[in-house]
Design a protein around this ligand. Structure first.
Ligand SMILES: NC(=O)c1ccc[n+]([C@@H]2O[C@H](COP(=O)([O-])OP(=O)(O)OC[C@H]3O[C@@H](n4cnc5c(N)ncnc54)[C@H](OP(=O)(O)O)[C@@H]3O)[C@@H](O)[C@H]2O)c1
Length: 351
């Protein structure tokens, strides 16, 4: 049997970093050798991630050191806020490491778009073309040889998985798509702010960044590729009181008014039939409550023929298929192993 691959996590004290530690603790093919946190350096992993007691051996948080990552890792996950990976990742790639970036720093192909959506000038524009957008349902073949994976945002993952089959089939008007996403509080990361700490966030149903949410850039980029023409998307996220979960409802107009719900459902069933982590729901609508703790996406459709429109749904756990689960799925593909490894178990119920 070949030796386990050595994996590092930069930003291991946060929510997606913690979820990676949880998933990789039982992964048979990899071993976490470095887990960085500037704030908790030197402290045991369980001093932050109490739930991992008994699963992370004696691993301690390390300070952020490129030399340490180069010495001890073959592959590194970047679980850092926007703007951190763009400077670190090129150094890791230069020395032959593979990188799976959970932040937005390498998701967009056009460097000018970083100035528009993220307010920074990209320091490594040549790497943007080489990065593979980490949605296996769209880029599985390219992922097999990727050195740099740009893992999608959670709202973007839900939006894209709700829309891909309909756009691919030419069943909807690609220039009039409105996506509504409800998302739980863990999406905002571990550091509380005035809008995200518990008394402010509990029980809310609050729209935010209702015009110009950053994930629109990656959703339009990927759907444009699928459609082979211009695609325009409005996306309005809503903060809701749940801790985990994201539900995308995409409102679209049908190109063929005679298309009924069963026919559209069949398009989805055919497109996703072989996908290991997409389930097609019929007889009820997708609900994040039934995917929490798993890497599954539940998708479904509703057609309102009277108006020639449809609502397309995708429900995910934002920390799993929306972040760490998808990152592990991509890692498995990059490593050439079964992509379900370490991920193939059902959701929790009740949550
Ligand atoms: N939460 C989600 O549902 C979700 C879903 C998809 C994608 N993402 C993306 O994943 C990334 C991480 O999100 P998260 O929710 O895990 O955030 P988080 O809980 O706030 O954790 C951020 C981590 O990054 C470290 N960090 C912060 N600033 C840093 C810097 N300048 N240099 C090095 N390390 C730094 C932090 O530890 P120290 O400060 O101690 O070093 C912490 O471990 C973000 O880009 C986010 O947009 C999140």
């Amino acid at each position: 049997m070949s030796a386990k691959r050595r994996v590092g996590i930069v930003g291991a004290s946060g929510y997606t970093g913690g979820e990676l530690l949880r998933l990789l603790a039982l992964h048979p093919e990899v071993e976490v050798t470095v887990a960085t946190s500037r704030e908790y350096a030197g402290q045991p992993i369980t001093s932050v991630h109490f739930h991992l007691r008994g699963f992370v051996g004696n691993l301690k948080f390390s300070p952020l050191s490129i030399d340490l990552l180069l010495e001890k890792c073959d592959l590194v996950f970047m679980s850092t806020p926007a703007g951190v990976s763009k400077d670190l990742t090129p150094k890791l790639l230069e020395h032959g490491l593979s990188v799976i970036d959970l932040s937005p720093d390498f998701r967009l192909k056009d460097p000018r778009q970083y100035e528009v959506w993220y307010e920074f000038e990209h320091p490594a524009p040549d790497l943007l073309e080489k990065a593979v957008y980490g949605l296996p349902e769209l880029h599985r073949e390219e992922l097999r040889s990727a050195k740099l994976v740009a893992n999608p945002g959670c709202n973007a993952t839900a939006a894209l998985l709700s829309l891909i089959p309909a756009v691919e089939a030419g069943a909807i008007d690609p220039e009039h798509i409105a996506v509504d996403v409800k998302v739980g509080s863990s999406e905002a990361g571990m550091k509380p702010s005035i809008g995200t700490h518990h008394p402010e966030r509990a029980n809310v149903m609050r729209p935010y960044e209702a015009s110009g949410h950053r994930h629109v850039a990656e959703v339009e980029q990927e759907l444009r590729r699928v459609a082979g023409k211009e695609v325009r998307v409005a996306l309005v996220p809503h903060a809701v009181g749940a801790v985990r979960g994201a539900l995308a409802t995409s409102h679209v107009w049908l190109t063929d008014g005679s298309l009924d719900e069963l026919a559209l459902w069949r398009t989805y069933a055919k497109r996703y039939g072989n996908e290991p982590f997409v389930r097609i729901v019929r007889g009820r609508y997708p609900d994040p409550k039934y995917v929490i703790g798993s890497n599954f996406t539940d998708v479904g459709v509703a057609v309102e023929q009277r108006l020639g429109r449809a609502a397309l749904f995708a429900a995910i756990d934002n920390l799993m298929k929306g972040a760490a689960g998808q990152a592990v799925q991509c890692m498995n593909i990059v490593l050439g192993i079964d992509e379900r490894t370490g991920l193939n178990y059902p959701p929790l119920r009740p949550v």
